[in-house]
Design a protein. Sequence first.
Length: 322
Amino acid sequence: MGTMKVATIRTTARVVAIALAAGFMLLPWLSVDAVDPGDHLPNGQDLVDWATVEIDQRVEEIGLSGLDIAATYTGVRDLLGWVEDFNRSQVAPRYRLDGPFGILITDGIADTLSTRLSTLLSEFVRVNQDEKLTMGRQMLELIVTRFPIPPGTFLGFHLQHLSWLYGLQSDSLLAAEGAADPAGVQDGFLRRVWDLCQLYTQFHETPGDRYLCRIQQENWLLHRIVCEECGYRGMDFQNQMTGLREDTTAACREVIRSQDTGREAILKRFACRNWGHIFDVKCPECGKIIHFTVPLPDYKILQRRIAVGEDSIDINRLIKEI
């Protein structure tokens, strides 16, 4: 446990991001893996961790199948179905799926799903280099092009939702006219999801990219919350603060107080700190105020790397993108 030190900034996340960017130094960007699923949510992190273990096991099993088209299709469809079932059977009993905590949890699971599918399908297209441009593929393409990709930043829950829709259409085709060409339908589905994975990865390549995605996720979050009092969907922004939580237990107390400016001392201080955006939003229909915190693990990564001279942010790029 620890104490919460809350900044006095009270404005939108976009403005806060610009203010935070102004303190960064200019050094080359450092690219890392897409998303760290350990988001340290204040509520329900155990559910994200549980889902991560299960997703990793299922992806490993799909890889061991040899990555032929039919087995990979079945494995990915089953994985998408498992995530939907997990959200309903495990997340929903503890947190409303249309409430802020439930949305943050399922978004965290969707990010894990997105990164794992990216790795799996990257290997699939390497093994299966010849696309099945047959009738089944053509029928699927005519259907899925009706589903528009959201403009702007592409997030994990976008990928999960579109992949689920693509899968439903694929299953329908396989049960009807596409049954004559199952390989074409299945290969087309997997490559469509692979396209989504590449788009997701492009937006989540670096800690700076992921921090920008987090801000966009906050915007989407406000539009998805449903008021538990009156059932109205979409909240009005009221107030936002940037908070710093420092672990004040014995192990961290001396570390935080230390004046040592060496690399190891700096890294230890960051290990004792976590940042988050603290929100107050209001239901425009009944006036209910909802409070929640969105953790900022990638902002912490940026701060830590800059502090030890490993990374920096292009301030002009960050402000322009925000």
